[in-house]
Design a protein around this ligand. Structure first.
Ligand code: BTN
Length: 330
């Protein structure tokens, strides 16, 4: 079931509890500060508890947070990103089908550049190449960013590469874990995928109207479903500890903003350079290539200026990949 975006008053409730984290806040005070009835406060507290937010109820006295919640509430995300362009407007869902679908729809209704759509859970998370994205409730980051770049549609692949580099940096800064980037932008840790990026856009021949960067990061999953276990992992499984999703998301949005400005100021070559330095797949990697009508083994030989991957087939033929998938051949 898809439900609407989180009520901004519920967001204020989370913020109020976080601001008063060490004290008991009386129910009537909460109700009057955010302008809802006491029974609504009670209902919302129950909803937050269902999401794993530890809130202690003190009979006749009020409510108290037991520990800071790892919920990606807009007010908490914005508080991490003062003066940010990306993340100045955050739309949060407890559950939606796909944040990319929501962001595309909001973008078509004129949502500004930098709007970020987040969900605690997706019921129809989409991956590249028509795949599903496993979106367990409150364990991962499911975020889509509306960008309105003053660039030609041909630059879109570089935006995708940029997001991969930003994700690698953000994960390193937030967790200390170093990931590799598999073209175009899968983030791998110890050879398994922790983060995937789906770029969708609306464009005319010569003008990009909007790009939606959809990013999924497996953060605190304590195990992966059987069918993914061999190829996917989470930051918690690799780092052996729980991480704050809020912290990882804030790093990610800051890095995307930084690299986005690098792209605008220095051009695609700067991003191609960053990506090439960040990925062991850039050059000299033996890979299996799955393109639309072809499946072959090859060795990678760098990116071209547009972000396409150059590969050399075993029979010596050179190919330029603009889409498709590669996997390492050992
Ligand atoms: C991939 O590696 O195949 C891309 C996965 C992208 C998943 C994210 S989760 C947030 C956003 N919403 C979606 O439906 N997909 C992207």
């Amino acid at each position: 079931m898809t439900i609407g975006p989180t009520d901004h008053k519920l967001d204020r409730l989370v913020h109020l509890l976080v601001r008063n984290a060490t004290v008991v806040v009386p129910g009537p005070k909460i109700a009057s500060e955010i302008g809802v009835s006491r029974s609504t406060v009670w209902e919302w507290i129950e909803k937050l508890r269902e999401l794993g937010v530890a809130i202690k109820g003190h009979p006749r006295h009020g409510y108290q947070l037991e520990k800071l919640p790892d919920i990606l509430a807009p007010s908490l995300v914005r508080a991490e990103l003062p003066n940010a362009e990306i993340g100045h407007k955050v739309i949060h869902y407890f559950r939606t089908d796909s944040t990319n679908s929501a962001a595309l729809e909001l973008g078509e209704q004129a949502a500004p550049h930098g709007t970020v759509v987040i969900a605690e859970e997706q019921t129809a998370g989409r991956g590249r190449l028509g795949r599903k994205w496993y979106s367990e409730k409150s364990s991962g980051i499911y975020a889509s960013i509306v960008l309105r770049p003053p660039l030609a549609p041909a630059t879109a692949p570089v935006l995708t590469l940029m997001a991969g580099v930003a994700a690698q940096n953000a994960v390193r800064a937030a967790t200390g874990l170093s990931g590799d980037i598999r073209w175009p932008n899968d983030l791998l840790i110890n050879g398994k995928k922790v983060c995937g990026i789906l770029t969708e856009m609306r464009a005319e021949v010569d003008r990009l109207h909007m790009v939606v960067l959809g990013i999924g990061i497996n953060v605190n999953q304590s195990s992966m479903p059987d069918e993914l276990r061999e190829i996917a992992t989470s930051l918690a499984l690799e780092g052996g500890r729980h991480y704050s999703r809020l912290h990882v998301l804030a790093e990610l949005l800051r890095d995307i903003e930084r690299y986005y400005h690098m792209l605008l100021n220095e051009g695609s070559a700067a991003i191609v350079r960053e990506w090439s330095a960040a990925s062991s797949y850039a050059e000299g990697k033996r890979v299996r290539v799955k393109a639309s009508r072809d499946d072959y083994s090859a060795v990678t030989s760098g990116l071209d200026a547009s972000g396409a991957l150059k590969v050399c087939r075993d029979d010596g033929r050179q190919e330029l990949l603009v889409a498709g998938e590669i996997t390492e051949l050992k």
